[in-house]
Ligand binder design. Structure first.
Ligand SMILES: [Zn+2]
Ligand SMILES: [Zn+2]
Length: 213
């Protein structure tokens, strides 16, 4: 079975090992995908555990289950455009696992720090901080941004949730912190003959529309 997160992999090779606790997601995007799949399969304990510690404090499994009640999450689209064009190096790293892009993006991040520092009045302290990033060892960033649209049915209507989310690494594991919702969130009408939002290549009416309830 194709994974709930609409990747090209099967559930047991994609999100299931993360949800079961057998494997930690290797990137912010993979964590986001696994959280979507956890919503689709009602694994609210996993949703709770993958929030940052700060956010976990105000939440409970019951709250999460209740807020998700009635919604059938059926498709996810990760927006690659943001990753490709964004100045934020962290996004670039989150969509790629290659070492090269990690190094490039880290260098990029340092350049950004320099640019910001340069904007301040020049003083001895500032000069010191300018030189700092150059000597800093290259490490993987601890924050990432992922933009996605998640689709769900509720009361026989179709909805989309379009969010840009912030992720952080805590204790070596990716965690979801918070997100900004885009203006196009809410109820949508989607043509039954259009290609399905899940990317299966089938018409919507012959694919995810069949899950509508
Ligand atoms: Zn998946
Ligand atoms: Zn579909």
């Amino acid at each position: 079975m194709r994974c709930y997160c609409c990747s090209s992999k099967s559930f047991d090779e994609c999100c299931e090992p993360s949800i079961k606790g057998d494997k930690h997601p290797s990137s912010a995007e993979q964590l986001m995908r696994s959280r979507f799949s956890a919503y689709a399969t009602a694994h609210y304990q996993y949703i709770l555990e993958t929030y940052t510690k700060e956010k976990q404090q105000g939440l409970s499994v019951e709250d999460l289950a209740q807020s998700a009640q009635g919604a059938t999450w059926f498709a996810l689209k990760v927006h690659p455009s943001l990753a490709a064009s964004s100045v934020d190096s962290l996004v670039g790293n989150s969509v790629s696992s290659t070492e090269d892009s990690s190094i490039n993006s880290t260098v990029h991040a340092d350049a950004k720090v320099e640019a910001q520092t340069n904007a301040e009045p020049i003083s001895k302290t500032n000069l010191k901080s300018i030189s700092k990033p150059i000597t800093k060892p290259i490490t993987k960033p601890n924050n990432a941004i992922v933009e996605f649209t998640a689709y769900y049915f509720e009361n026989k209507s179709m909805y989309q949730l379009h969010e840009t989310s912030n992720f952080s690494v805590e204790d070596g594991k990716w965690r979801y912190h918070d997100g900004v919702l885009h203006d196009d969130c809410g109820k949508i009408k989607y043509g039954r003959n259009l290609p399905c939002v899940c990317g299966s290549g089938k018409k919507f009416k012959q694919c995810c529309a069949l899950k509508q309830r």
